[in-house]
Design a protein around this ligand. Structure first.
Ligand code: COA
Length: 332
């Protein structure tokens, strides 16, 4: 049987949803716990508050709420979904996958469901994976989730991390189209950064133990300065490279959606690639760094600004190091 290569199928985003917990942790709350100030945090990071999921709930609960928000807003049928990919570094459990737990909570089966861990770059990795599935024509409705309950790994007494991170979830629905939607991505990883940003404990190297707890290995740790410099450099270069690869220039971009880790990183990337300031979407002020959730949450919150046909460039950087940039046309 001959395969018709002329009928290329693309993936496009047909719906988007998001969820953040009610509970806020403000800079003033942190002033009462560690030696810091609202002024310092806002000046050095751009963050004013973050959302914290209550104890007893997990990453899957936020993901399910984000999916329900998408379904209600866009009148979708969850039974149409044939694959769920969850980008997370904070799965509910080591096994089963959070994607699998989500299937149970939504009451669906016959779904290919799995997690991807690429830290703060996870959503871009998952989006590319999801788009690739759709392009095969074997999967028609793919949910791509970015969700993290990073507060479970933040040492509330460590001012180098407690100011930065918050919880949240975002999701997009991918479907096939003959028009181009998801255009391209450059996703990279070098493994040279693991000492600068990590959660060491709980895996097979440092399994849960009294020793791990005493050595505080279950907390997120980072060397902020090293991460900061690498993040700017990697995101800026990859944005320019993915544009170049697709014969596009910065002036073609309608919206830059950067990972929301630090407002100064976002500003520096914008400056490096020379994009007009008002083209960058930012919501870090209210949520901080929600790891794999920052990009879908930021698009979701700003979706009323986006017009059909707009060209979006997404870029992220995270532990590992892992990083990348994606290009897509907005089609909602
Ligand atoms: N509150 C008040 N003062 C603080 C502070 C806090 N939370 N954290 C550090 N300081 C102090 C330091 O002790 C230092 O004081 P000194 O000058 O008297 O020695 C001063 O502020 C500057 O500290 P420094 O560590 O140089 O701050 P910074 O400008 O590098 O900002 C981060 C720290 C963590 C905000 C910043 O490095 C960062 O955002 N890094 C990237 C983080 C990131 O993106 N992580 C996730 C990537 S996915």
């Amino acid at each position: 049987m001959e395969i018709n290569l002329t009928k290329k199928i693309y993936a496009h985003i047909s719906a988007i949803g998001g969820y953040v917990p009610e509970n806020k942790r403000t800079n003033h709350d942190l002033e009462l716990i560690t030696d810091t100030s609202d002024e310092w945090i806002v000046k050095r990071t751009g963050i004013k508050e973050r959302r914290i999921l209550e104890e007893g709930l997990a990453t899957s609960d936020m993901a399910v709420n984000a999916i329900k928000n998408l379904i209600e807003t866009y009148n979708k049928d969850i039974n149409d979904v044939d694959a769920i990919i969850v980008a997370t570094s904070t799965p509910d459990m080591l096994m089963p996958s959070t994607a699998n737990i989500i299937c149970g909570k939504l009451g669906i089966e016959n779904v290919w469901a799995f997690d991807i861990n690429a830290a703060c770059s996870g959503f871009l990795y998952a989006l590319d994976m999801g788009a690739s599935l759709v392009e095969t024509n074997r999967y028609k409705n793919v949910l791509v989730v970015g969700a993290d309950k990073i507060s479970a790994y933040v040492n509330i007494n460590d001012r180098s991390t407690n100011i930065l991170f918050g919880d949240g979830a975002g999701v997009v629905w991918l479907e096939p189209t003959k028009e181009i939607g998801v255009i391209d991505a450059l996703l990279l990883s070098n493994g040279t950064g693991k000492e600068f940003l990590n959660i060491e404990g709980g895996g097979s190297l440092y399994p849960p133990s009294q020793d791990s707890l005493e050595k505080e290995k279950t907390y997120i740790k980072q060397d902020g300065k090293v991460v900061f410099k690498n993040a700017i450099n990697a995101m800026s270069h990859t944005c320019l490279d993915v544009l170049d690869k697709n014969n596009l220039s910065v002036s073609d971009i309608n919206w830059l959606v950067p990972h929301q880790a630090n407002k100064r990183i976002i500003d520096a990337v914008g400056k490096e690639i020379n994009i007009e300031e008002n083209k960058t979407l930012i919501n870090i002020e209210h949520y901080g760094n929600t790891i794999a959730a920052t990009i879908p949450l930021c698009i979701w919150e700003n979706s009323s600004k986006l017009k059909k046909g707009d060209l979006l460039m997404l870029t992220a950087f995270g532990a590992g190091f892992s990083w990348g940039a994606s290009l897509l046309r907005w089609t909602i």
